[in-house]
Design a protein around this ligand. Structure first.
Ligand code: FAD
Length: 299
């Protein structure tokens, strides 16, 4: 059987696209490894209609249920490689499955480089954040700790001054901070701690502080992580010849979301945009509309 579209990645962008394609009565398979950013974020606070916040897992479960109403199929597995065979895309999965699709949508997202400090994971999105555009507001007038590395963390600490004047920077691996940025930190009176982080002190996802390897404790109400070095999951697209920017995000047509490869589409954090849920939803929807249109041209 050949699917009208195979969607790789069943996070926010992939699910939103699948709902639209289902409503277009298209045969769609979503293959998802279930470990995206939307699995990690315990609370989104900037989405229309969710004044009290909503978790990534809630959106994922609700999205899947909604897509299944329209007959969308799901497979929980990792896609290991993809190739084009005449007019079809052939998608291979971790445990030996292979599936054919007339079109392919990549919605594989990115992976944040956040060290696995004990206690950190339950706080993500609830009291420890990564994106000031999403969550700068959450640290408004709060005692805030930035855990990071070198200039990346230092720049985050400086950016957060817009929301709070009480910022401490833990430069976890003591990586070099450039002279210009050091001066700015000094001018803003942001203390810089160079000791390593042992553990996050938290209770049910509510951050209380950071325990350092020398036994020292830095207390705080909120925290940000900024270590740099995120991975963009554009590997599969590259094997098909899709063009990327220098930072590995995929280039897409701004109108249709098609990549530089015919009938290969991309949506969500894997493309170059603001890395927000609402944008991922928008891109998923936009791609779905143009995938549906393009299917009329394919025999
Ligand atoms: C801690 C944290 C807090 C955040 N806070 C906010 C916020 O407050 N507001 C906001 O708007 N955004 C926030 N974001 C960003 C938001 O989560 C992302 O913008 C959104 O999840 C992007 O959706 P996506 O579908 O592109 O990627 P994802 O939701 O990451 O989904 C990608 C999916 O692809 C799957 N996948 C990847 N590779 C493969 C493969 N080879 N085979 C099969 N499946 C694969 C993954 O398992 C995953 O399920 C936050 C992110 C994090 C990590």
């Amino acid at each position: 059987m050949t699917y009208d579209c195979i969607i790789i990645g069943g996070g926010i962008a992939g699910l939103q696209a699948s709902i639209l394609l289902g409503r277009y009565k298209r045969k769609v398979l979503v293959i998802d490894s279930n470990n995206g950013r939307s699995n990690r974020c315990r609370e989104y606070n900037n989405i229309l209609g969710f004044e009290k916040g909503v978790s990534g897992m809630f959106l994922r479960e609700a999205g899947r249920k909604q897509a299944e109403v329209y007959g969308i199929s799901f497979l929980e597995e990792k896609v290991t490689h993809v190739h084009k065979d005449k007019k079809e895309f052939i998608v291979h999965t971790q445990f030996g499955g292979s599936f054919a699709g007339r079109t392919l949508l990549l919605a594989t997202g990115i992976k944040d480089n956040i060290p696995p400090f004990p206690g950190l994971e339950p706080c993500l999105g609830l009291s420890v954040y990564i994106c000031p555009d999403c969550d700068g507001y959450e640290v408004k007038d709060k005692k805030t700790i930035v855990m990071g590395s070198g200039d990346k963390g230092a720049n985050m600490a400086l950016a957060l001054l817009y929301w709070s004047s009480d910022i401490t920077y833990i430069n976890n691996n003591g990586q070099r901070i450039s002279g210009k940025i050091k001066k700015k930190l000094k001018k803003a009176a942001i203390p810089v701690e160079k000791k390593r982080i042992r553990q996050i002190i938290q209770e049910e996802g509510i951050f209380h502080g950071v325990l350092l390897t020398d036994g020292g404790l830095i207390e705080g109400e909120k925290a940000f992580a900024a270590f740099g070095g995120n991975t963009v999951h554009s590997e599969l697209a590259k094997t098909l010849g899709a063009k990327t920017f220098k930072n590995n995000h995929l280039k897409t047509d701004p109108h249709t979301k098609m990549t530089s490869v015919n009938n290969l589409w991309a949506a969500g954090d894997i493309t170059a945009h603001s890395e927000l849920v609402t944008v991922a939803m928008g891109e998923g929807a936009q791609a779905a509309i143009h995938i549906h249109k393009s299917l009329f041209q394919l025999k």
